[in-house]
Design a protein. Structure first.
Length: 253
């Protein structure tokens, strides 16, 4: 599959003289954002939190399915906490959205040289090369449901994830980059027992690498049936905050 090499829009070019803390989120649907419910917890747009997606830069916002249906994204809540606690004065946050629902290693989307991995790398290096004051801060990863449903072997999944992390760090020149992954919706895991095996190997790998972290999903909930594979909005907010707490532990270790 060929990567779509979107051109950067004018707005992104206007950020050349602004200090940008770049936060990348990738994986599949729970990273892309499908959370509903608890609308009072919806993410409020912020001039200091921007999103780069398909060549366009704009204020980050919840994902719009249509005018009446918005879906929460855990990385937005991560970014909100990041701004509150870590963002320096006159800096902005630039999120890079690279997640695509229903994708994995088994369907040849996230492996080295495959389309979604290529797109992740292309977007990251495009930002870093064209915006001289942009600094890559972390890669937030949530993925595995597609490979669980295809019963990908433990060794296969471990090797693919390890290769992705190592190659991404090498090709972005960020060998010490924090990489954080997270567990799945607990109710869905009970219906997919093999999920415990993929979660276990992911946790073991991520916690074995420098600046790696793994986030528990204990106590979190999914959307109402039949969409319980996806975290609800309330749980995505909590998940984003758990990712942020893990990030703080990594950078302060």
């Amino acid at each position: 599959m060929c990567i779509k090499k979107y051109k950067l829009n004018k707005k992104l070019q206007e950020l050349k003289n602004i200090d940008l803390d770049v936060i990348v989120y990738a994986g599949q649907s729970n990273s892309m954002g499908y959370g509903i419910g608890n609308e009072e917890l919806s993410f409020s747009e912020d001039d200091d939190i921007l999103l780069y997606y398909k060549g366009k830069i704009s204020k980050a916002c919840e994902r719009k399915i249509n005018n009446h249906d918005k879906r929460a994204i855990f990385s937005l809540y991560f970014a909100k906490r990041y701004k509150e606690e870590l963002l320096n004065e006159n800096h902005k946050i630039l999120l890079i959205g690279a997640a695509v629902s229903g994708t994995g290693f088994s369907d040849h989307r996230w492996g080295i040289g495959e389309d979604l991995y290529n797109n992740l790398l292309f977007m990251t290096n495009k930002v870093l090369s064209e915006l001289p004051k942009a600094k890559l801060k972390c890669l937030l990863w949530h993925q595995g449901e597609a490979d669980i449903e295809k019963v990908a072997s433990i060794d296969y999944y471990h090797d693919k994830l390890r290769t992705l992390v190592e190659d991404y760090k090498n090709k972005t020149g960020c060998e010490d980059l924090p990489f954080i992954a997270g567990d799945y919706v607990p109710q869905w895991k009970e219906e997919e027992p093999y999920s415990f095996e993929i979660a276990k190997v992911t946790k073991e790998y991520v916690e074995s690498i420098k600046n790696g972290g793994y986030v528990s999903s204990d106590g979190l909930e999914g959307n109402p049936k039949p969409d319980e594979i996806h975290f609800c909005r309330k749980s995505l907010k909590e998940l984003g905050e758990r990712y942020f707490e893990k990030y703080k532990q990594i950078i302060r270790a």
